[in-house]
Design a protein around this ligand. Structure first.
Ligand SMILES: N[C@@H](CCC(=O)N[C@@H](CS)C(=O)NCC(=O)O)C(=O)O
Length: 223
């Protein structure tokens, strides 16, 4: 097996790449990175000192590929399948990359901020940072609500990398700031994403780990 994916089933950025792999049925060997385990942590740090998952290792080509969007671009370039997640037309690809950046930076990152805050040791909390993250999440959800008023997928009719970027953070954002009654277009988009086979599979595989998802402390609910 040439392709090895270092990931965790609960991780939103990893789900994004899993979706791309499942969309094309690309074979790969999964390696779960357990940040709570010293050995797993140390081994992964040797592969990618920045210590962020996912990372793709292509043994056949001797390449280590970090960063979710770059991994999907790499798969599209070197292991293309029938689902072309990067549009062939350069201008359409640019627009799609913008949406991918938007979902990563302004939906996924603030969602993670709210969730990972729950793992911080007592006395090390960042209430102001969480408040800012929640404000950004609300702004992004408002924008997605307008954007998805008349579209099936982020780029319209074609399912792309941008939809892989949107699905996991929308799923988790709905847990952090439930939006079914306030953002109906965004909620319908999440519904379509959840029914997409690639995301449904990633969610099913994450299910045994959902008990590890940090729960909302009562003080956070008040903010
Ligand atoms: N820009 C990176 C972000 C990756 C990322 O934030 N991964 C999280 C898990 S979803 C992680 O590795 N967190 C570990 C840590 O920060 O200690 C990408 O697109 O792959």
């Amino acid at each position: 097996m040439s392709l090895h994916l270092y990931f965790h089933p609960l991780s939103s950025f990893c789900m994004k790449v899993l979706m791309a792999l499942y969309e094309n049925g690309t074979p790969f060997e999964p390696h779960i990175v357990d940040f709570g385990n010293e050995e797993s942590n140390a081994a992964f740090k040797k592969l990618w000192p920045v210590r962020k998952i996912p990372v793709l290792r292509d043994e056949g080509k001797g390449r280590t590929v970090p960063e979710s969007s770059i991994i999907i671009e790499y798969l599209d370039q070197h292991y293309p399948g029938t689902a072309r997640l990067i549009p062939a037309d350069a201008e359409t690809a640019r627009q799609m990359r913008f949406r991918d950046r938007f979902f990563d930076l302004y939906l996924n990152v603030p969602m993670q901020k709210v969730v990972t805050e729950r793992l911080r040791p007592p006395g090390q909390n960042d209430a102001y940072g969480v408040q800012q993250a929640k404000e950004l999440l609300r702004t992004s959800l408002d924008m997605i609500e307008r954007e998805m008023a008349a579209k099936a997928w982020a780029m319209g009719g074609a399912f792309t990398m941008a939809d892989c970027a949107a699905a996991p953070p929308l799923f988790y954002a709905n847990r952090v700031l439930p939006f079914a009654s306030t953002h109906k277009n965004a909620a319908r988009y999440l519904g379509r994403l959840t029914e997409r086979r690639s995301f449904a599979r990633a969610l099913t595989e994450a299910e045994p780990y959902f008990k590890l998802f940090p729960q909302e402390p009562s003080a956070e609910a008040a903010r």
